[in-house]
Design a protein around this ligand. Structure first.
Ligand code: HEC
Ligand code: HEC
Length: 313
C-alpha cells in the first residue's frame, strides 16, 4: 500500500514538473535569476473604469522601472546601490502610501496615485507621461511580484470625517496632541526632523531613515504621500509602513486628527496656508489648550489615569 502510494506520488510530482515546464514556454516567461520559473500571475488592477493587465505592464516596467526596482521587483536594480532611500521591494508588498490601515495592502488607486505623484525627497520620479491605461497596467504588474495579492484583499479605506474650520483652538489642540503623542521625539519640537530619537531610526530593511522635516521648503514642500490636508490626515492614521512612522489610529479620535493636521501645517513655516494665516493673526502665539469637558463625556467608571488608548485628549 505504502509503496503504491509513493509510486503514484512520484508520478504526480513528475507530471506537475512537466506541466509547469510547458506552461512556462507557452507563455514566454523569461528565466531570469535563480528563482524557479513560474508562469506570470494573471493579475489585474481596477482604477475607476480602467482595468490594468499585468502582461501589458511588463514591457514598460522592464524599460522604466527595473533599473531601480529590479527585474524581479525586489528593489535590487542596478541603480539601487547608489540610492537612498532604497527603491521599494515589491516582493514583500509593504507600501508607504495607503488609504488603508497599517499592515494591510494598499488599494490599486493608492499605487496608481503613487506612480503619478513620485516620492519627494527620494529618487522615485514622477511618472505622469504614461496614459491612465499604461499606469493601471504597471499597477497590475507590480502586484505579480508578491503572492500576498492573491491571498489578501486591499484593506478597507479609512473613513475621514469632513474637515472642520481652521481655528486657533483647533491648532492649539493639535499642538497638545503632538506633545502628548510624542511626535516631537522623532520630528523635533519645531518639526525640523531633529528629535532626540531621529538619528537612531532605521527602516524595516535596516537602512537609516530621517523623520520628515516640516520646516524645510516653501510652497512646494509636500509629503511623500501627497500634499493635501486629507493626505496628512491619512499619513498618521495609517502609518508609513516599513518605517518607524507608526499608525496612531488606535489613539487619535477621527475628529481630533483634524486638529493635529492643522497644527502640523503651522510647522511648515515657509508655506502659505490657512493655518499660518490664522496663526499670524494671533501674532504667532499658540495659546495653551484647555480641555473642554462637555466634549468629552467621560463614563462614570473611567479610571483617573486614562490609558493612552482612551482617546487623544
Ligand atoms: C531612479 C530610481 C527609480 C525608478 C526608475 C523608479 N522608481 Fe519607484 N521608487 C524608487 C524609490 C527610491 C522608491 C522608494 C521611495 C521612498 O521610500 O521614499 C520607490 C517607490 C516606488 C513605489 C512604492 C509606493 C509606496 O507607497 O511605497 C512604487 C509603487 C513605485 N516606486 C513604482 C515605480 C514604477 C511603476 C516605476 C516605473 C514606471 C518606478 N517606480 C521607477 C525609485 C525608482
Ligand atoms: C518613531 C519615530 C516617529 C514618531 C514617533 C512619529 N513619526 Fe512621523 N515620521 C517618522 C519617519 C521616520 C518619517 C519618514 C518616513 C519616510 O520618509 O518614509 C515620518 C514621516 C511623517 C510624515 C510625512 C509623511 C510623508 O508623506 O512624507 C508626517 C506628516 C508625520 N510623520 C507625522 C507624524 C505625527 C503627526 C506624529 C505623532 C502623532 C509622528 N509623525 C510620529 C518617524 C516618526
Amino acid at each position: 500500500m505504502r509503496v503504491i502510494q509513493s509510486v503514484y506520488g512520484f508520478a504526480g510530482v513528475l507530471g506537475l514538473i512537466l506541466a509547469g515546464g510547458f506552461t512556462v514556454s507557452a507563455q514566454d516567461v523569461p528565466d531570469v535569476g535563480p528563482h524557479p520559473p513560474q508562469p506570470m500571475r494573471a493579475m489585474e488592477s481596477h482604477i475607476g473604469n480602467v482595468t490594468g493587465h499585468a502582461k501589458d505592464g511588463k514591457m514598460n516596467f522592464r524599460r522604466y522601472c527595473a533599473g531601480c526596482h529590479g527585474d524581479l521587483g525586489d528593489g535590487n536594480g542596478e541603480n539601487a546601490q547608489w540610492i537612498d532611500p532604497k527603491p521599494r521591494d515589491f516582493t514583500i508588498a509593504t507600501f508607504k502610501c495607503r488609504s488603508t490601515p497599517t499592515g494591510t495592502l494598499p488599494t490599486d488607486q493608492d499605487l496608481y496615485n503613487s506612480i503619478g505623484r513620485g516620492f519627494t525627497n527620494s529618487n522615485m520620479p514622477i511618472w505622469n507621461t504614461f496614459s491612465p491605461q499604461q499606469r493601471a497596467d504597471l499597477v497590475a504588474y507590480i502586484k505579480t511580484f508578491s503572492a500576498r495579492w492573491e491571498k489578501e484583499k486591499a484593506g478597507d479605506v479609512i473613513k475621514i470625517p469632513p474637515e472642520p474650520p481652521v481655528t486657533l483652538e483647533s491648532i492649539a489642540h493639535g499642538k497638545a496632541l503632538f506633545t502628548k503623542l510624542e511626535c516631537w521625539k522623532c520630528h523635533g519640537p519645531q518639526g525640523k526632523g531633529d528629535g532626540p530619537s531621529a538619528s537612531t531610526l532605521t527602516d524595516s530593511k535596516d537602512q537609516p531613515i530621517r523623520p520628515y522635516n516640516f520646516a524645510d521648503g516653501r510652497d512646494d514642500s509636500r509629503f511623500k504621500c501627497g500634499s493635501t490636508n486629507q493626505d496628512i490626515y491619512k499619513i498618521f492614521m495609517t502609518g508609513v509602513d516599513g518605517t518607524p512612522m507608526p499608525s496612531f489610529a488606535d489613539v487619535i479620535q477621527p475628529n481630533d486628527a483634524w486638529d493635529l493636521v492643522h497644527f502640523l501645517r503651522t510647522l511648515q513655516i515657509h508655506r502659505h496656508s490657512k493655518e499660518n494665516e490664522v496663526l499670524a493673526a494671533a501674532h504667532g502665539v499658540i495659546p495653551p489648550y484647555v480641555e473642554k469637558q462637555e466634549n468629552n463625556p467621560a463614563p462614570a467608571a473611567q479610571p483617573e489615569n486614562k490609558p493612552p488608548s482612551s482617546g487623544g485628549h
